[in-house]
Design a protein around this ligand. Sequence first.
Ligand code: ATP
Length: 361
Amino acid sequence: MVTGLTVRDAVVRYTTTEGDTRRPPNRRPILSWVPPPRPKPGATRTITAVDGVSLDVGPGEIVALLGASGSGKSSLLRAIAGLEPLASGSVAWDGADLARVAVHKRNFGLMFQEPALFPNLDVGANVAYGLHALPRARRSSVAAEFLELVGLPGFARRRVTELSGGQAQRVALARSLAPRPRLMLLDEPLSALDRALRERLVEVLGEVLRATGTPAVHVTHDQDEAFALADRVAVLADGALLQVGTPAELWRQPASAAVARFLGYGTFLTDADAATLGVGRPAASGLMGLGPASLVLDAGGVRLPVRAENVRRGYVSIKVELPSGQVAEVRAPEATGLDAVGVRLDPDAVAVVRDADPTAR
Ligand SMILES: Nc1ncnc2c1ncn2[C@@H]1O[C@H](COP(=O)(O)OP(=O)(O)OP(=O)(O)O)[C@@H](O)[C@H]1O
């Protein structure tokens, strides 16, 4: 039997009506009213936001939907939630099609960028909001349990207007999880927070989802967030699914140059680069992508000219020039101040893109 979420060949389309923006010539006195232009009948445009995506989420599994802005992540998430109709394809739970199941009957938890807490209720009442099925006396103890789980013990009587952004998102997480949804759908829940808070909360999120055994689909455009949280990452571009895999699989073997580039492999070795660094190309049509740890400082290695040295958090980024003229990064504990440094390639830290079009470099 199929367990968990199954998305098959999902297509989401939007049809927008564009107004005719040509204004009628205004030859009347300046104070007279000119009606706004009417939309020209029939001037519609159809956008395919999700283009035949298939995806599974198994019991307890966290899957990240990763892609650039406009790649269709939110549309896919909203289709899974039932907030957006499918033009074709299906969304099913444990093998049962959800097409006719309303949003609130799907038993999915939803969390968005804005926590959208009820300002007239205190924190405890916000978390207990979805617990109608429980006896009144149990509701507050369950709310307290979930507040503890998200690291806010003793917050039940606080006003929500007195919470920081991070605390409000933790309350929203507790509120979504308290009714024990069978799946959590998270749409960029951390993107309004600053980086340090985001890094801390992504850990809290992972711990809480795993502690409660709740499977989740997490939308993000942040590669680090996806890799830190997810068991599997699904990379989307232009509505299509480019690759699904564990973070390790994606990182070592991106399916295409586009995926590799999106993950942060900025430089692909030419034959001359590979020969200088003492490696062979993986296959006649394959590509090797250099990531942040692919080149290592080694006094006995190949000498490459230094183009720049920039201090980063916890390391210095040295930009060296390869024989092809491309620039690649070497990380070092401190600045060298040298014109050239010795480097070697760590073959375990290189992305191998098989069957890639070498011209796609
Ligand atoms: N309500 C809508 N009406 C018309 N077009 C829409 C609508 N919502 C999204 N789109 C379009 O669908 C495409 C996918 O949008 P979507 O919001 O799903 O992408 P996304 O990857 O979540 O982007 P972001 O990270 O910026 O939120 C985009 O081209 C977008 O302009």
